[in-house]
Ligand binder design. Structure first.
Ligand code: FES
Length: 74
């Protein structure tokens, strides 16, 4: 099971994907059900950054099936 960030897309990253910076957040357009539930690290970042329910932290969310994402900087 790989994280979104490991898919090789140009995603922000300032902490080497250890779950501190939240620069890797993405907007999920389709397939939220195909991502793992947020782990405690991701839940903390989503709350700290006041992100919407459609956002996920790509270095923490595991991909279980097809997912379509975007970011504000693509
Ligand atoms: S790359 Fe820093 S939290 Fe994901």
């Amino acid at each position: 099971m790989s994280s979104i960030i490991s898919a090789g897309k140009p995603i922000g990253n300032s902490c080497s994907a250890i779950g501190i910076c939240a620069k890797c957040f993405v907007e999920v357009i389709e397939g939220m059900e195909n991502l793992s539930k947020p782990n405690p690290i991701e839940r903390k970042l989503l709350e700290r950054e006041r992100l919407s329910p459609s956002n996920r932290i790509s270095c923490q969310a595991k991909v279980l099936g097809p997912v379509k994402i975007t970011t504000s900087y693509w």
